[in-house]
Design a protein around this ligand. Structure first.
Ligand code: FES
Ligand code: FES
Length: 152
């Protein structure tokens, strides 16, 4: 059965194997390489994308379950004047950058569902993304600037 979905606001039809991970559809079929491959087992957060307003690991999300959904990648956020990306830029969060699409997606999902998150909610959302460069404190600073909260 064909899978009809939206990716970054564009209607798409997928006819391939239903078990294929969303990550490879995005990167290989659509050329959306901003979503990164890290662990492949839903542990590192490098591949997070939005499905609706939820941050999901694209490495472990099968195409077969995405009929009728709206997927947003970092490219989709970057195409508009995105406040999370702007806050990340202002706080100079990225170092090597590899984990940053996942961090921005995690923060976006958090703020869409919880505009003023508690420290516990922030940690739960952001702990999903591993950063080998240790940019956690700058990411928290960027989030605090977005929510008017404290960081650290
Ligand atoms: S590559 Fe998907 S969570 Fe690590
Ligand atoms: S900025 Fe390098 S892995 Fe996070």
């Amino acid at each position: 059965m064909a899978i009809d979905l939206e990716v970054n606001g564009v209607a798409r039809r997928y006819d391939g194997p239903p078990e294929r991970p969303l990550l490879w559809y995005l990167r290989e079929d659509l050329g959306l390489t901003g979503t990164k491959f890290g662990c492949g087992v839903a542990l590192c957060g490098a591949c997070l994308v939005l499905v609706g307003d939820a941050a999901v690991p694209a490495c472990r999300t099968a195409m077969g379950g995405l009929h009728g959904t709206a997927v947003t990648t970092i490219e989709g956020l970057a195409a508009r004047d995105d406040p999370v990306i702007a806050a990340w830029r202002d706080a100079q969060v990225p170092q090597c950058g590899y984990c940053q699409p996942g961090q921005v997606i995690a923060a976006t999902a958090l703020l869409r569902t919880t505009p003023r998150p508690s420290p516990t909610q922030t940690e739960a959302a952001m702990d999903r993304v591993l950063c080998r460069c240790g940019t956690y404190q700058r990411a928290r600073r960027a989030l605090a600037a977005l929510t008017g909260g404290r960081h650290g």
